[in-house]
Design a protein around this ligand. Structure first.
Ligand code: HAM
Length: 419
């Protein structure tokens, strides 16, 4: 296997070294925040029947049309790697007998066969929540507040929370017709992709990154003008409640979101420190037809890789723990190795990360390993120390050495009673 063969597939990454500590820290802080809001974890399979995603996300969406890793398994069944978490969570909820007041969170890898670029991967990680329940501006506002709370817990600053609405499902054909009628006279000036969108997914024109299309879109009447009064009032309520809760958010009439299951509130959080792929998280209220049953809920998903990029670009990666050993044991001779193995076990049982060489390397090699470990305490033991029941303790940061009895050293490792 050459070096290139040892690389992961394009658009997929190993997460290792100090970066793993950052991921673990972010995940554990997130679990605390989710618990505050009464959400429980659910772990759904990475592989589902393709139909679960097609029906939930919408047959015509980019994710279903172009981005799913969908294939037939050995039994000829159509299956797909999950491109997002909502569909699987709702499938789970239906399979669990529709428990009331379900508030579920999830985290893990998602898969989309997109063209990789900065912030866009084929395997990426989402963390998200889904709260099943009938439309309620309070539930939507709470969900956005939770997302902002999460970002603040991670120490993220300068993010932009944009909120909009898709209107009620009953509004959607009027919105589509009104929007198409307003944009059609300008079709010739749109990019090729948007000209195609007029027929299949007209509202996605609002999402186009092309400068010319953006100018045209900005001059069109807002899509809310085609909605019912109750849809507009719903959005205003969400915005008012967010304001009341002290959550920074603004209305953005160009926000549309690329999945078909949304109805009513939608939102996205972006960060200026990222390039073209600047969405850190997206969410909204949805209606999903799961095996003949219409399920309503609200939720969001955060793209973990992008949040890390944003923290790095702002230079605000928080302190996130230290995997280094606090003690390293060095042994001279077989008898010392055995005595140190027993000491090693004692120190670890006391909850102190500790390491030693187990492959019989020379004193010099062991000292180099001790240095590399970064441990502030290095304990050295040879025949002399063994005979006297002592250990030599090197305090690496202070360049000081002391000889103390093994029992004294063991008791220093015990947690302090106050702690
Ligand atoms: P989404 O907007 O497709 O929504 O994805 C949510 C977030 O996942 C994005 O804002 C982005 O940070 C991240 N993301 C998406 N694709 C990629 C990629 N290829 N590479 C890196 N990061 C990516 C959903 O997935 C919905 N399920 C959210 C939701 C939950 N709506 C209601 N409940």
């Amino acid at each position: 296997m050459g070096n290139t063969d040892a690389q992961p597939l394009q658009g997929m990454s190993d997460i290792s070294g100090p970066e793993v500590l950052l991921w673990q820290w972010m995940e554990s802080r997130a679990r605390e925040v989710f618990r505050l809001y009464g959400f429980e974890e659910v772990r759904t399979p990475l592989l589902e029947r393709t139909e679960v995603f097609c029906r939930a996300l919408g047959e015509g969406t980019d994710v279903v049309q172009k981005e799913m890793y969908a294939f037939q398994d050995r039994g000829g069944r159509n299956v797909a790697l999950r491109p997002e978490g909502t569909a699987g969570v709702i499938r789970h909820w239906c399979s669990a007998g529709n428990p009331p007041d379900a508030r579920l969170y999830y985290l893990g890898p998602m898969f989309r066969a997109e063209r990789p670029q900065a912030g866009r991967k084929r395997q990426f990680h989402q963390m998200g929540v889904e709260a099943v329940g009938a439309p309620s501006p309070a539930a939507d506002a709470e969900c956005i507040a939770l997302l902002v709370h999460l970002f603040q817990t991670w120490g993220l600053k300068d993010f932009d929370v944009r909120v909009h609405t898709r209107g009620t499902p009953e509004d959607q054909s009027a919105v589509r017709e009104g929007f198409v009628a307003s944009v059609r006279p300008q079709a010739g000036a749109l990019c090729e992709e948007c000209r195609r969108r007029i027929e299949v997914h007209p509202l996605r024109i609002l999402d186009c990154k092309n400068e010319g299309c953006r100018k045209i879109a900005a001059a069109l009447p807002p899509v809310t003008s085609y909605m019912s009064e109750s849809s507009r009032a719903y959005l205003q309520n969400v915005l008012r409640l967010l304001d009341r809760m002290g959550v920074p958010a603004r209305m953005d009439s160009s926000l549309i979101r690329g999945l078909d299951y949304y109805a009513h509130t939608i939102w996205e959080i972006t960060h200026a420190g990222l390039g073209a792929q600047d969405a850190l998280a997206g969410g909204g209220r949805y209606r999903i037809d799961m095996t003949g049953r219409m399920v309503e809920g609200v939720g969001f998903a955060v793209g973990m890789e992008r949040v890390i990029l944003a923290l790095q670009s702002a230079g605000t990666v928080p302190a996130h723990g230290d995997a280094r050993c606090r003690v390293w044991l060095v042994s001279l001779g077989n008898a010392a190795v055995e005595a140190n193995l027993s000491l090693l076990q004692h120190i670890r049982r006391m909850g102190v990360p500790c390491g030693m060489d187990l492959s019989g390397r020379s004193m010099k090699a062991q000292m180099r390993a001790a240095d590399r470990s970064g441990a502030p305490l290095v304990v050295i033991r040879g025949d002399d120390e063994l005979a006297r029941g002592e250990v030599a303790v090197k305090h690496m940061r202070e360049s000081r050495e002391e000889r103390i009895s093994e029992s004294e050293f063991r008791s220093r490792m015990a947690p302090s009673p106050a702690g």
